[in-house]
Design a protein around this ligand. Structure first.
Ligand SMILES: Cc1cc2nc3c(=O)[nH]c(=O)nc-3n(C[C@H](O)[C@H](O)[C@H](O)COP(=O)(O)O)c2cc1C
Length: 348
């Protein structure tokens, strides 16, 4: 079974759902001796399988696949959805966009994905937003797949260890994209551990759980990578740093915003999806702040037409621009070269 010790260098390209992760990005990071990761979030089982096949044609080294673990939204949060829809309607009408009135439950094609991964196993899987059932974890272990849980607290780490998973991805509040809290209602300021910086969180998890740790969040340069490894991480996972690479599927407006000095800070917001995520501050995050109910993925589906239209017209003030705190370190170029450069500067 795959272990992190097999890597030539302990740098992982984070799974990035929504288009940024590609088979080409995975292969480039693998070629540099790191570990590439596919994102199956928001994808059907068939689309996930296609990306796995495409990746196998580009690399013969191990690679990861990440799954969003579905959970039913709280009825009270769902009841608040029409009010948030009403808040968004004026801007939808301004751009002549229809917002969905009914959002059907979306379980991420979970059962079909697990069946596909059991029938044709991948080297390593990671879970985000929750954990698999014991039966699913046991079945995937039996087919030789190493399993990683994304955790944001000691309690989540203990639950993953209890399930017999093989490693933990400890994600700090600096991370770009969604915070992988297991409870959808977890929000900055509401839970004691949620704002603990990555290096402190690593120390807390290290003291509680004896599993290999992957550190994620704001690790955009060599010194930060070195600090995470010194704090006990076996590997580091970077997302934002790879967004501008040639092989990433990042949209053109997202790339432009990351390179635009007018975007000067990141914020954590529920406005786009109902779950807390970190992205570049823009007029949408200012206007809707945390008005969205804790209904995930329903808010994601509600805002999807607005975000797609904004992306289509290159309107960076009305789309989600996921980015971690180290976004200023992101540079265009090849992902293999970036991986090698990051590792070299971590050893200076
Ligand atoms: C655009 C984007 C999409 C992301 N999508 C996922 C995802 O599908 N699954 C996941 O576990 N994490 C996802 N993340 C979070 C990363 O796994 C990781 O925690 C984060 O990128 C680390 O922080 P950094 O962006 O500062 O490097 C995403 C991050 C970004 C920037």
């Amino acid at each position: 079974m795959f272990t992190l010790d097999e890597l030539t260098l302990p740098i992982i390209a984070a799974p990035m759902a929504g288009g940024a992760s590609t088979p080409e990005l995975v292969a480039a990071v693998n070629a540099a001796g790191g570990l590439g990761w596919l994102a199956a979030g928001y994808k059907s089982a068939a689309a996930m399988t296609e990306q796995i096949s495409a990746t196998r044609k580009l690399t013969d080294r191990p690679f990861g696949v990440n799954l969003f673990v579905p959970a039913a939204s709280d009825p009270a949060a769902l009841a608040d959805l029409p009010a948030y829809r009403a808040e968004l309607l004026p801007e939808a009408e301004r751009w002549d966009i229809a917002l969905p009135e009914r959002i059907t439950p979306d379980d991420e094609d979970w059962a079909a994905k697990i069946a596909a991964l059991l029938a044709d196993p991948v080297p390593v899987l990671s879970y985000t937003f929750a954990l698999p059932t014991r039966q699913e974890a046991d079945a995937l272990r039996a087919v030789g797949t190493a399993q990683v849980a994304t955790v944001t607290s000691v309690a989540e780490a203990l639950a993953a260890a209890e399930l017999g998973l093989d490693a933990l991805c400890v994600q700090g509040p600096e991370a770009g994209g969604h915070r992988g809290t297991h409870a959808v209602t977890a929000a900055p300021g509401t839970e004691r551990l949620l704002d603990v910086p990555l290096l402190d969180l690593l120390a807390l998890v290290r003291a509680a759980v004896d599993l290999p740790l992957i550190a994620a969040g704001g690790l955009g340069d060599g010194p930060r990578i070195a600090a995470a490894l010194a704090a006990g991480a076996a590997a580091v996972q970077l997302g934002t740093s790879y967004l501008l690479t040639d092989e990433a599927g990042t949209s053109a407006p997202h790339r432009a915003a990351l390179a635009d000095p007018a975007f000067s800070e990141t914020v954590r917001t529920r406005a786009f999806t109902g779950r807390v995520a970190r992205g570049l501050r823009n007029s949408f995050t200012d206007r809707h702040a945390d008005h969205a109910p804790h209904a995930y993925p329903e808010v994601h589906h509600l805002t999807a037409p607005l975000r797609a239209a904004a992306t289509g017209r290159g309107d960076t003030q009305h789309m989600h621009l996921w980015a971690g705190t180290a976004f200023r370190e992101a540079r265009p170029g090849g992902a293999a070269e970036l991986t090698a450069r990051l590792w070299a500067s971590a050893q200076l």
